[in-house]
Design a protein around this ligand. Structure first.
Ligand code: EPZ
Length: 420
């Protein structure tokens, strides 16, 4: 187990390259199971989550090669069972459900376990596959799918009580590419990662329209072929670095980023009074000592992303004003608050709303990472704090941030990775 020591107060400046998107890479890697041919995926970030998906593909029988961000997959033969031991470590493993259903017409995939950020059912994934004619049984912790009889395209609505589902839309879209006839998905997730997955599937020969909107139409084909694809930049990693740049120092520039995928985050930073300079694939930001607070609510894309909520809680500590942020996607996703309070942050949690009174000095302390984005928020708070912060269970960060400590150090942060 490793931890990250953050010595607070160091000014940040310089340039940082944003990696490929984790949340795009995971479903795209799973989509390679839809064909026997070779697929080449570029800019896959070096993360424990992507490493794990590569392992899952291998365990399902695919040949996988990986070298510096390029993953080559040939899934000539694939197994139809993804057991608990394989799936339990990463929720996104559920992404193999759609491809295995589409390709093999039957499969068994273990139900993903619990998650600290809140209740994460997969009922919408199953509802979508049933609308394609699949028979679904959930028994003993496994999802068994039988689509050998009546697998065909059809209409469905995947809108849930908290909005659309990202991986659910992806799973159903992947299965529907090989379902005869027309599938129309109302209430589809419009996230850039869903659109990126669709673009990869289209390169494989799929017929998809409307990806990136809440209505996606798929015309099934007999089979898909191999393809090459470069994943989109990671908009959440980019948002995290923009918070760091807004909180500390003399201004930083992000390279290899797509601002079009980050409108609400950029708007929120501008409304606080931070100056953003956009280039073709760059964004620069500088602190503003008289920045004002924000009132934000997390929503499905293009709304403000839940995956940036924790980092904005840390940013609010650096702003000499009061800010609020309401979480509607995962209402319990506030594990970072108690740890930030240990650092002296002035935060009140009222139901699913965090109220942060910023501008007060916070002090370094040993804190516990609990999930990916909460841990990023604790690192940001550590950068702002007086003294030393010890972020334990660093593996949470390594799941979703490629070489975060090296990148921060290259901007001047005083951070060191150590064994716990
Ligand atoms: C994706 O998870 C992301 N993960 C999450 O990012 C992100 O927080 C989430 O989308 C929302 O943007 C990946 O892409 C790998 P959802 P996903 O299905 O698809 C409810 C990170 O930090 N729901 O869109 O699993 C659910 O409970 C991770 O990188 C149902 O009710 O999330 C939630 O309230 C964390 N039934 C809401 O929908 C379902 O069948 C959105 O969940 C599915 C979801």
């Amino acid at each position: 187990m490793e931890k990250l020591i953050v010595h607070g107060g160091a000014p940040l400046k310089g340039v940082v390259d944003i990696s490929g998107s984790k949340n795009s890479s995971l479903p795209i890697l799973a989509a390679t199971l839809l064909t026997r041919d070779t697929c080449t995926i570029r800019r896959v970030p070096d993360l424990s989550d992507t490493n794990y998906m590569v392992r899952i593909l291998g365990e399902l029988g695919a040949e996988v090669e990986r070298a510096s961000g390029v993953v080559v997959v040939k899934a000539e033969n694939v197994a139809s069972v993804a057991p608990y031991d394989l799936v339990r470590k990463m929720r996104a493993s559920i992404c193999v459900l759609g491809p295995l259903t589409g390709r093999l017409r039957q499969c068994t995939v273990s139900l993903p376990g619990g998650c600290v950020i809140g209740d994460r059912p997969v009922d919408l994934h199953l509802k979508g596959l049933e609308a394609l004619g699949a028979e679904i049984k959930v028994d003993g912790g496994d999802i068994s799918v039988d689509a050998t009889q009546n697998f065909r395209g059809g209409p469905m609505n995947l809108m849930g009580k908290s909005g659309s589902t990202v991986l659910g839309t992806g799973n159903v879209m992947m299965a529907a590419t090989l379902a005869k006839g027309i599938t129309s998905i109302e209430g589809a997730a419009a996230e850039p990662e869903v659109e990126d997955l669709a673009n990869f599937l289209i390169k494989m020969g799929a017929k998809i329209e409307g990806a990136g909107t809440n209505t996606i139409t798929i015309e099934g084909v007999d089979q898909l072929h191999g393809a090459e694809h470069t994943v989109i930049p990671d908009r959440i990693e980019a948002g995290t670095f923009l918070c760091a740049g807004a909180m500390m120092g003399e201004g930083i520039t992000l390279r290899r980023v797509n601002a079009a995928h980050m409108q609400t985050v950029l708007d929120a930073l501008r409304q606080c009074g931070f100056t953003l300079t956009l280039g073709r694939d760059t964004i620069s930001i500088a602190p503003n000592p008289s920045a004002k607070g924000f009132d934000l609510t997390t929503l499905c894309y293009p709304g403000f992303p839940t995956d940036m909520q924790a980092q904005f809680c840390a940013l609010a500590c650096a702003i000499g004003d009061t800010s609020t942020i309401t979480e509607t996607i995962f209402p319990q996703r506030f594990m970072h608050i108690a740890e930030m309070k240990r650092m002296g942050a002035q935060v009140d949690l009222e139901g699913a709303t965090a109220k942060i009174r910023g501008g007060h000095p916070i002090k370094g302390a040993p804190v516990m990472a609990s999930d990916l984005r909460a841990s990023a928020a604790l690192v940001l708070a550590g950068l702002l704090s007086q003294g030393k912060t010890e972020v334990n269970r660093l593996y949470h960060i390594d799941r979703g941030y490629e070489h975060l400590d090296d990148k921060l150090a290259s901007l001047g942060a005083k951070v060191e990775r150590m064994r716990e």
